[in-house]
Design a protein. Structure first.
Lengths: 88, 212
C-alpha cells in the first residue's frame, strides 16, 4: 500500500468500515505490523477518552434563565394559555 | 435496547404534543437535549457565556421551526446541527480574520504531507482508567484547544458528538472528503500528543517499514 492509501485506510478502519477493499488490505497489513496496530488502538482510545471523559455541566442558574426565555417566546408564538399550567 | 426504543417513543410523543403548543412537552424535550447542546457549544466556543448564548439561540430556533421537523433524522441530530451553526456564527464573529481558514480548502486538506505517527507505544492504562484521573480533564481540554479550529471542529462533531461524516460535512459546509482528511489530521495530532502522555515508555516501537 502507498502511504496515502494507508492513511486513508487508517481513518476508515478506525470508523469500523472493515468491509471495504482498502480496509481488507489494511487488515492484512495490520496482522503483520504491530506498530500500526498500536496506532489504531491509540486513536480509538483517544476518541474514547474524549467521548467519555469530558462532561460540561451547565452553569448554575442557566437552566432557569433558559426556561424563562423559552417560555416567553413560546407564549408569543402559541399564546399565554399554552404554558399557563407550567411554572405558575 | 428496549429502553432506547421506549425513549424514542417518548420523544416522538413529546414532539407531537409540543407541535400542538404544549409547553410542558417542549420543556421536557429541552431538558433531555440541553446537556448535549450545552456540551457541544461549550466545546466549540470554550467560553461559558458564549455557550449559554448559543444554547439559548438553539432552543429559540427550535421553537420557531418545530412545526417543520420531519422525523427523517433524529431530533437530537437536527438540534445539534442548529447548535453547531449557532456556535460557528459566534466563533466567526470573534475570529473574523482567522475564520476564513475554517471553510477555505487548502493544500492541507489532502493526504499529502499528513504527519506520520511518531511516538508509538501502547497506553499503559485503558481510556476508562485514565478518565478517572484528576488532571485529565484539563489535559484533554488543552490538547483540543491547541488544535487549529478546522481540525478541532470536525473532531468535536464527528468523534465526540458522533455525527456521521456526512452530517459533519453539512454542518460545516464542507465536502465529505475534506472532512475525512481533517478528521485524520485531528486524530493523528491528538493521538500523538496523548500517547506521549499516556503511552508506556518501556514499549515504544518503531515501524520496520517506511510508508512512502
Amino acid at each position: 500500500m502507498t502511504c496515502e492509501e494507508l492513511l486513508k485506510a487508517l481513518n476508515e478502519y478506525v470508523d469500523g468500515a472493515h468491509l471495504t477493499e482498502v480496509c481488507e488490505e489494511f487488515s492484512q497489513h495490520l496482522a503483520g505490523c504491530n506498530p500500526c496496530q498500536v496506532v489504531v488502538d491509540n486513536i480509538r482510545q483517544t476518541i474514547a477518552l474524549y467521548r467519555d471523559g469530558q462532561r460540561y455541566e451547565m452553569p448554575k442558574g442557566f437552566e432557569d434563565r433558559l426556561q424563562l426565555s423559552l417560555k416567553s417566546r413560546w407564549e408569543e408564538k402559541f399564546g399565554q394559555a399554552s404554558s399557563a399550567k407550567v411554572g405558575n | 435496547m428496549g429502553s432506547q426504543l421506549l425513549d424514542e417513543a417518548t420523544e416522538i410523543d413529546l414532539l407531537q404534543r409540543a407541535k400542538t403548543g404544549d409547553f410542558e412537552a417542549f420543556q421536557q424535550l429541552v431538558v433531555r437535549l440541553q446537556p448535549r447542546v450545552y456540551g457541544l457549544t461549550f466545546r466549540i466556543l470554550q467560553q461559558t457565556q458564549d455557550a449559554e448564548d448559543a444554547t439559548q439561540q438553539t432552543f429559540l430556533a427550535l421553537i420557531e421551526h418545530i412545526a417543520d421537523f420531519r422525523a427523517e433524522s433524529s431530533l437530537a441530530t437536527w438540534v445539534l446541527r442548529i447548535a453547531t451553526n449557532n456556535a460557528l456564527k459566534i466563533l466567526r464573529k470573534k475570529r473574523a480574520a482567522k475564520m476564513a481558514s475554517m471553510t477555505d480548502v487548502t493544500s492541507e486538506d489532502s493526504y499529502n504531507d499528513v504527519p506520520h505517527p511518531d511516538f508509538i507505544a501502547p497506553w499503559s492504562q485503558t481510556a476508562d482508567e485514565i478518565v478517572q484521573q484528576a488532571e485529565v480533564q484539563a489535559e484533554l481540554q488543552k490538547a483540543l484547544s491547541e488544535l487549529d479550529d478546522k481540525y478541532r471542529l470536525v473532531f468535536i462533531l464527528r468523534d465526540i458528538e458522533g455525527l456521521s461524516v456526512r452530517e459533519t460535512a453539512e454542518a460545516m459546509e464542507l465536502t465529505e472528503s475534506t472532512v475525512k482528511v481533517r478528521l485524520l489530521r485531528a486524530r493523528l495530532a491528538l493521538r500523538e500528543r496523548l500517547t506521549r502522555k499516556f503511552g508506556d515508555a518501556l514499549q515504544v516501537m518503531t515501524p520496520d517499514h517506511k510508508h512512502s
